[in-house]
Design a protein around this ligand. Structure first.
Ligand code: GLU
Ligand code: MG
Length: 439
């Protein structure tokens, strides 16, 4: 008697390590699992990117439910002779059905909800991803070259098709500056959807890459000293009616006063934010001067080395600039969960609005050419130079700790310090090699 192969579906979460973990079951049981999902364990959030749990505040006790979200479904079906992969992003709930304090997706929902309740504003965002393909052909002069796409067409075409099949609108796919480095961008969406799509996109690229024999890495630094892989988080604000509110022609940087306060909140909390947006030891190998990432806590108009970059728009007749206008946060990478990254950016921006912060100094040129005093007088601070420094900045930022709450902040700091302790004696080249595999 021949058997008929069954498909499974995995319910997943994106966790502190920025990994997507979950549990699977036969697809035919999905209906029965919509309400309670699969069992989950608090200490799972403490599994670091190396697959270890150096310390945990939760011990071996406690139980949770990882419940599929109606918006979380992803099917990767590459057609003939290839197995179908299906996973569903979900929320981690207590056994009473309430969001668990360390569920990062629920944390983002709370942040977006607080933003809307307090200000009537909603955030739209898009995560722009750079990545490496380890066995792409490398040739001198490859940067942005059309030739670097040759041979990768099946992979690229399938990534685009799978994104679209999963309601993620592809925007661009390009050869990037670095050797074997590429970039994929997608259309903006409301905050939660945008973060869901970032999680989905990474897994789709990895899965389709595997199918085509490519190992894809989103790690911030694949080869030490070579340009890194950024995650640039583009965002804008809309009001209740859906009208864009971040743009104001004639203002410095064309930033409306409410968006200026939002940006100022991000600048004010930048050092703490880095602990969650650039959360690995190797993240700081990417955040170097003159590497088109970010090195200072500054806002600048169309400058690719600013922490917050005001993105360009066509200055031509008939262009609805307000609709296109967006800012980009550049000190982010893919070793973090997009939910946590966006939640913290939203809370920092909201704090800026609540405190009615004025427009930050609009920097132009390299802040590194200014003296320390000149930077200080313009409100341009240093970003942390190591993860250790970033974690300290987070710990001493009462507001940021307050947004996370006592349980998540404690778990987060413990998780990341445990990871740092494990990697402290590994040299940076080796660490880059390990993280390139992990991400
Ligand atoms: N690869 C750069 C980074 O690490 C960004 C290059 C670009 O502006 O696209 O963020
Ligand atoms: Mg790029």
């Amino acid at each position: 008697m021949s058997i008929e192969r069954e498909e499974i579906v995995t319910i997943c979460c994106s966790d502190i390590a920025g990994q997507v973990r979950g549990k699977g079951f036969p697809v035919r049981d999905l209906k029965n699992r919509l309400r309670f999902g699969v069992g989950w364990t608090p200490t799972n959030i403490m599994i670091n990117c190396l697959g270890r749990i150096p310390t945990t505040p939760f011990g071996a006790s406690g139980d949770l439910m990882l419940v599929p979200s109606p918006d979380g479904d992803v099917t990767i079906d590459l057609g003939a002779n290839s197995p179908v992969e299906r996973f569903i992003l979900g929320d981690i709930l207590s056994m009473k059905g309430e969001p668990w304090e360390c569920c990062l997706r629920s944390f983002l929902k709370r942040a977006l909800n607080d933003l809307e309740t307090e200000t009537g504003l909603r955030l739209i965002a898009s995560f722009e991803h750079e990545f490496h393909i380890d066995n792409a052909t490398e040739r001198p002069g490859d940067s942005y070259a059309v030739s670097s796409l040759r041979g990768l067409e099946p992979f690229i075409g399938d990534v685009i098709a799978v994104l679209r099949a999963n309601n993620i609108a592809p925007d661009t796919f390009l050869p990037e500056f670095g050797p074997r480095q590429f970039e994929v961008t997608i259309d903006p969406a409301l905050g939660l959807v945008a973060a869901d799509q970032a999680v989905k996109l990474r897994e789709i690229c990895r899965s389709v890459g595997r199918h085509h024999g490519h190992h894809i890495s989103f790690s911030p630094v694949v080869t030490r000293g070579v340009v890194g892989n950024g995650v640039h988080i583009h965002f804008s604000l809309i009001d209740k009616a859906g009208s864009p509110v971040a743009y104001k022609a004639g203002n410095p940087g064309s930033l409306s006063s409410i968006a200026a306060s939002f940006a100022a909140g991000i600048i004010r909390h930048a050092r703490a934010l880095c602990a969650v947006t650039a959360p690995s030891a190797i993240s700081y190998e990417r955040l170097k001067p003159h590497s088109w990432s970010a090195y200072y806590a500054n806002l600048a108009d169309r400058d690719r080395e600013a922490l917050l970059r005001i993105c360009p728009f066509p200055e031509m007749e008939g262009v609805d600039v307000a609709k296109r206008y967006n800012l980009e946060y550049r000190a982010a990478d893919a070793t973090a969960s997009p939910y946590l990254q966006l939640a913290m950016l939203v809370y920092a921006g909201l704090a800026g609005i609540q405190d009615d912060l004025p427009m930050p100094y609009l920097s132009s040129g390299d802040p590194g050419t200014l003296s320390v005093e000149e930077r200080a007088s313009r409100g341009i601070g240093d970003l942390p130079r190591t993860l250790d420094e970033a974690l300290e900045a987070l710990e001493s930022d009462e507001k940021a700790i307050g947004w996370m709450g006592p349980i998540l902040s404690q778990a987060y700091l413990m998780h990341k310090r445990g990871e740092l302790a494990m990697t402290a004696n590994i040299d940076m080249d080796e660490l880059c090699r390990i993280y390139a595999m992990a991400y």
